[in-house]
Design a protein around this ligand. Structure first.
Ligand SMILES: [Zn+2]
Length: 94
């Protein structure tokens, strides 16, 4: 086994995780409404519910892309009584 090669593989994995964590932090810091929903009625779990804006930033997409996926029922979503749209974080991972 070549120790150098193994170390490189580990470093790559670590870097990917750090990028993911940092993206989530950016989204969470900018969240204006701390008390967001709720349950995802579709998966009956309590995943991270995201606004379209947050989901778009997390996935490097535009908000329009998110709305398109909502309209195509490709993601779970829910609307609050106040008319705010939230998408299910679990269903975004594909
Ligand atoms: Zn869901």
């Amino acid at each position: 086994m070549r120790p150098g090669a193994e170390r490189k593989a580990v470093d790559d994995t670590k870097r990917r995780i750090e990028i993911t964590v940092e993206r989530q932090r950016i989204v969470l810091i900018k969240r204006r409404t701390p008390s967001t929903p709720v349950w995802c009625e579709t998966c009956a779990e309590r995943p991270l519910m995201l606004t379209p804006d947050e989901a778009a930033r997390l996935l490097d997409m535009t908000e329009r892309d998110i709305y398109r996926r909502v309209e195509a029922r490709q993601v779970h979503f829910t609307e609050t009584a106040g008319g705010r749209l939230y998408v299910c974080g679990s269903s975004l991972q594909d």
